[in-house]
Design a protein. Sequence first.
Length: 199
Amino acid sequence: MAEVEVNGGVVVYELIGPPDGEVLVLTPGGRFGKDYPGVRPLAQALAEGGKRVLLWDRPNCGRSDIQLFGRSESHMRAETLGRLLDELGIDRVVAVGGSGGARDMVVFTMLYPGKVRRLAIWCIVGGTFSTMSLAGVYVMPELRAVRAGGVEAVLRLSGPAGSWSDLCAVNPRNADRLRAIGDEEFERVMTRWLDAFIP
């Protein structure tokens, strides 16, 4: 496991498989990190098939730092991945992801088409009902919390798709990072991210 600073935040990652293998970026869903059950066994199987697999804790996932910028959380992660690949000297990848990771990889492919050889995604969510449901999981609880009790209330949030309290437990820097962002900026970014879910 290694880490690199990208866009002012630490991104935790690891590479598995032969150094000369075609590089796949494997991205789980939710706000789950690279150690989410099933991710590593898939990476190891791909590596045994000759692929070099980049596992990464996206911003707001796993042990990486919390970050809040961009048109949406997926846009933020796409930009972070683009810069991470530059830092690692990796020119092109197969972008692989499921659910939230699928959204991130689709946006990454759209923003960085020259960096993507192929795109492989599953559990894709679409349509108004599903999109609004996602906003109810990833943004609305945060907006309710910050409006009711500020960032301190956000720090206590937990949820089925990964929680801010978990992010702070595995990376103690994250609590200070959220406090530094502050109530107003956190609410402003979450409102912008909410707008991205509206069809």
